[in-house]
Design a binder for this molecule. Structure first.
Ligand code: SAM
Length: 188
């Protein structure tokens, strides 16, 4: 049984090329950032965002263990993505990941918020290159997570089909509280 987080990695690995730029919009403990750094390789680059320095420190440790030096760790709200990513990289990003919710092992009251999440995913969709991929893991089971999942779902459903191809991957569990993975691809 493939976990949705692994499924996100598999989908991105089929799209993201060595030498490209990628973004982890929620660095957390660094597993997704690590995967992106590995995938783009030393000639590529990753920007990893988190609002908690604790998360970026964890991520930094993980990257250092592997000797990865191709990542900028950005302690900032991801709703500022468009302002922080250099203009020269706009519409040139191969993959962007969001893994919403709280930092596992950290303070569970610090969670992603529906409004800033929507601002961020909208900005992210505009940063992708043609053929680029955006993945968004949502967790309806925690407080605020159901409303955030609905907001992401409504935004995805309202996107123009000629601009983006979208899909939703569900967990094997049929609980409405189970995580889900939204996938958006920019049409070539
Ligand atoms: N991708 C991570 C990994 O591989 O370990 C897991 C991410 S964790 C589920 C969610 C992270 O989002 C937390 O570390 C939290 O601090 C961060 N976060 C919450 N609100 C944020 C915001 N507005 N901008 C950026 N990061 C945020």
């Amino acid at each position: 049984m493939t976990r949705l987080t692994d499924q996100a990695h598999e989908l991105i690995a089929a799209v993201l090329q060595p030498g490209e730029t990628a973004i982890d919009a929620t660095a957390g403990n660094g597993h997704d950032t690590f995967f992106l750094c590995q995938t783009v390789g030393p000639a590529g680059h990753v920007f990893a965002f988190d609002i908690q320095q604790q998360a970026l420190d964890q991520t930094s440790d993980l990257l250092a263990q592997a000797g990865f030096s191709n990542c900028d760790l950005v302690c900032h709200d991801h709703s500022q993505l468009a302002e922080i990513i250099p203009m020269s990289l706009h519409q040139r990003i191969g993959a962007i990941m969001f893994n919403l919710g709280y930092l596992p092992g950290g303070d569970h009251s610090i969670i992603t918020q529906q409004d800033s999440t929507l601002t961020a995913v909208k900005a992210a969709s505009k940063l992708l290159r043609p053929g680029g991929i955006l993945t968004i893991m949502t967790y309806p089971g925690h407080p605020g997570g159901a409303a955030e999942t609905t907001a992401v779902s409504e935004w995805i459903n309202g996107l123009e089909e000629n601009l983006f191809k979208t899909e939703i991957c569900f967990s094997l569990s049929d609980s409405i509280r189970a995580p889900r993975l939204f996938v958006l691809r920019k049409q070539e």
